[in-house]
Design a protein around this ligand. Structure first.
Ligand code: ISE
Length: 348
C-alpha cells in the first residue's frame, strides 16, 4: 500500500520532510502541500509533483496521512482536525506550545479511542541514542544515577529568544531524559551565568538545566545556541557500575602529525539525518500495517509531558529556583508499550 501524505508547513524542516518522504521513504508518496506562503508551497510542491492546497483543512481531507511542520501555535488546529478525520498525523515538536493546547489534543485523541498522533522527537530514532538506551535498559552499567547532556547550536537567528533555548533547544533533551529512564520529570531548575560575547544583548546563553526524574535521576543539560564551532551533541549516563556515552562521531578518525582529526557536523539536519529518515520509515510502516493505532515512538502524551516540562523550565528561568512539573493523570490510551519503536528485525 502506498501512503498518500500531505505536508502542512514547508519551511526548513517541512521541506526536508517532503523530500525525505518523496525520495527516500519506501511506501510513501507526497501528494499534497500547504503553507502560509503560497509561493513557497508552489515551489516545494513542484519539486515532488504534489498538489498545492489553500488550507490545511482541505489538505487533510485529501490525503491518507498528515505531517504538520508549520509554526508551533498552529499545530493544535491541524492535529485536532486530523484526529477528527481519523487520519494518522505526524507533528513536529512542539506538539503545541502550551499545556492547555496539548490537553485539548489529548482529549480529542482519547475521545476517538485511537492513537493517531506521533510527535517528531527524532532523537528516539537516532542510532547512537538507541545504542545508549540499550545499554541502560540492559543493566550493564547498573542503576542509572545521573545523565550529563550538552546541546550546542552553532548560532541562531536574531529572532531567537532566551525562552526558546528551553522550548526549542533543550526540549529535545527533556524528551530524551523521559525516554531514556522511562519515567516522568518532576522538577526543573534553570541556571544562567556568564553570557557568551556572541549572544545578543540581554540574551541568556548558555543555560544549564537540571532535570529531576521521579526516581531521583539527575540530568544536567548545557544548552548553548552560539557555540560557533560545531553542532555538538553530547550525552553520558552514569550508572552505579559504569557509564555509557554517545560516541564522538559516526565517521572516521584521521591521525597524523601528532594529532587526531574527526569531522563534526555544523548543521543539526546533518547530525540527525539518520534519525529523521528512521522516524519516517517507521511512521509509514506502521500506517501501512493498517492497525487501529497509527503511532510509533513519541505519542501525544510525550508531547504533552515535554510541553509541561518546558513550562516549568520557563518558570524556572524567570524565578531562578526549582519548579515542579505537574502532570494530569496519564490516560489509559497511552499506558502501553505498543507504540514503542521496533528494533531492527522485530516483527510487528
Ligand atoms: C532545532 O530547533 C531543532 O528542533 C532541531 O531538531 C535541534 O536539533 C536543534 O538543535 C534545534 O535548534
Amino acid at each position: 500500500m502506498t501512503v498518500r501524505v500531505g505536508v502542512i508547513g514547508v519551511g526548513v524542516i517541512g521541506r526536508e520532510h517532503v523530500l525525505r518522504l518523496a525520495r527516500r521513504t519506501v511506501g510513501a508518496q507526497v501528494v499534497a502541500v500547504a503553507d502560509a506562503d503560497p509561493d513557497r508551497a508552489r515551489s516545494v510542491a513542484a519539486e515532488v509533483g504534489a498538489q498545492v492546497y489553500a488550507s490545511g483543512a482541505e489538505l487533510i481531507d485529501a490525503v491518507d496521512a498528515v505531517v504538520v511542520a508549520s509554526w508551533g501555535p498552529t499545530h493544535e488546529e491541524y492535529v485536532v482536525a486530523a484526529i477528527a478525520a481519523g487520519k494518522p498525523v505526524f507533528c513536529e515538536k512542539p506538539l503545541a506550545p502550551t499545556r492547555e493546547a496539548c490537553d485539548r489534543i489529548l482529549d480529542a485523541e482519547v475521545a476517538g479511542g485511537r492513537r493517531l498522533v506521533t510527535v517528531g522527537f527524532m532523537r528516539r530514532h537516532d542510532p547512537q541514542y538507541r545504542a545508549m538506551k540499550e545499554v541502560v535498559v540492559g543493566g550493564a552499567i547498573g542503576a542509572p544515577l545521573l545523565m550529563h547532556a550538552a546541546h550546542r547550536n552553532v548560532s541562531v537567528p536574531s529572532w531567537f529568544t532566551s525562552e526558546m533555548i528551553v522550548t526549542d533547544t533543550a526540549v529535545h533533551d527533556i524528551d530524551v531524559a523521559r525516554w531514556m529512564f522511562d519515567e516522568e520529570i518532576v522538577a526543573v531548575t534553570v541556571l544562567t551565568g556568564r553570557v557568551s560575547r556572541k549572544a545578543q544583548p540581554g540574551f541568556r546563553d548558555p543555560q544549564l538545566l537540571i532535570l529531576e526524574t521521579a526516581s531521583g535521576v539527575l540530568v544536567d543539560v548545557e544548552a548553548s545556541v552560539n557555540a560557533g564551532f560545531a553542532y555538538d551533541i553530547r550525552g553520558e549516563v552514569v550508572g552505579e557500575d559504569g557509564t555509557v556515552e554517545l560516541s564522538e562521531s559516526a565517521g572516521a578518525v584521521v591521525k597524523r602529525a601528532g594529532a587526531a582529526h574527526t569531522r563534526v557536523p555544523t548543521e543539526w539536519i546533518e547530525r540527525f539525518t539518520p534519525a529523521f529518515d528512521a522516524e519516517f520509515r517507521a511512521w509509514i510502516d506502521v500506517i501501512a500495517t493498517g492497525d487501529t493505532h497509527a503511532t510509533v515512538g513519541p505519542t501525544a502524551w510525550d508531547g504533552y509531558a515535554a510541553t509541561a516540562c518546558c513550562e516549568a523550565g520557563l518558570a524556572a528561568l524567570r524565578s531562578g529556583t526549582r519548579e515542579r512539573v505537574e502532570l494530569r493523570p496519564e490516560p489509559e490510551l497511552y499506558c502501553t508499550t505498543a507504540h514503542q519503536i521496533p528494533t531492527e528485525g522485530t516483527p510487528r
